[in-house]
Write a protein that binds this ligand. Structure first.
Ligand code: UTP
Length: 282
């Protein structure tokens, strides 16, 4: 069955981005020309998806406003591009009533997803090139849940969900187990879940059976662990860039790197960075 739907959880507190996120959603934090969530919606769109559910919550109204059609008289190419996408996709919103974790947020997507496989994209994460497009291609071959992973340094494994897996073909692994934020000693590998998934609807039954885990939150990784006992699941090694805009260093890096790739901004920013290099050396 084709992957036609995307779910974007965007209801988290964003405490690591405070005070930026005191009164605005972290998904609305700008990266060069656009708020983060727009990159995520565009990723789903350019991966061929036209039905998108965004899971919002308290203090997140700006996200809904952003995806309204604009009636501003002044338009530029960025506004035109956004309008073009908006005229071509259906975006729905549902509110997570309490911030009880990513797993809990995903539960709100059950009615929208129904009995189809779906793409799950974290609303605070940018991947370039679009990871979802690659996952959908792998899904066509394996027709079951596939989780994007990236290699992280050994001393960083305790920050991520980590998979235990065995290689099947280039960049594809069969998942044997998953563990949320393990210690260095416990970690079965250094392959970390990066925030892009294709999941079968079987995940919803698993979420219902998942008890609050780390931090008292319903952890998606715990539910996927259960799903892995019932269905085959694969990991896909994504070789592109991913930025977790939920932390300040990644957010700043994303701004610098994407500005350096922007036709209009690159020249000035390069000159500016070169001038910094001189002052950094002295
Ligand atoms: P994070 O682990 O980054 O948590 O969520 P957070 O609460 O947003 O941020 P911090 O840790 O307080 O800084 C990963 C993804 O899960 C969503 C977030 O919006 C983000 O896309 N999420 C998390 C929810 O939708 N609901 C939740 O209750 C928790």
């Amino acid at each position: 069955m084709k992957v036609r739907k995307a779910v974007i959880p965007a209801a988290g507190y964003g405490t690591r981005m405070l005070p930026i996120t005191k009164a605005q959603p972290k998904e609305m934090v700008p990266v060069v020309h656009k708020p983060v969530i727009q990159y995520v919606v565009e990723e789903a769109y350019y991966s061929g998806i036209r039905e998108i559910l965004i899971i919002t919550g308290k203090h997140k109204r700006a996200i809904e406003d952003h995806f309204d059609r604009s009636d501003l008289p002044k338009r530029d190419k960025y506004m035109e591009e956004l309008d073009k996408i908006l005229s071509d996709v259906n975006i729905y919103f549902v509110r997570q009533r309490e911030q009880k974790g990513l797993g809990d947020a995903v539960r709100y997507a059950e009615a929208f997803v129904d009995d189809e496989p779906f793409a799950l994209l974290l609303g605070d994460t940018i991947t370039l090139p679009p990871c979802t497009k690659e996952l959908i291609e792998v899904y066509r071959q394996y027709k079951t849940s596939i989780i994007a992973v990236e290699e992280v340094p050994k001393d960083k494994v305790s920050l991520y969900g980590i998979v235990a897996c065995k290689p099947i073909e280039d960049s594809v692994y069969l998942i044997e187990d998953l563990v949320e934020k393990p210690s260095i000693e416990e970690a079965p590998s250094n392959l970390a879940i990066l925030g892009r998934y294709i999941l079968t609807p079987g995940i919803f039954e698993c979420l219902k059976e998942t008890k609050p885990g780390r931090g008292g939150e319903i952890q998606l990784t715990d539910a996927m662990r259960l799903l892995n006992k019932r269905e085959k699941m694969y990991a896909y090694l994504f070789k592109g860039k991913r930025y977790d805009i939920g932390n300040k260093v990644d957010w700043l890096k994303a701004n610098i790197e994407l500005a350096l790739e922007d036709g209009e901004l690159a020249g000035e920013i390069k000159n500016y960075i070169r001038s910094l290099e001189v002052s950094l050396r002295t």
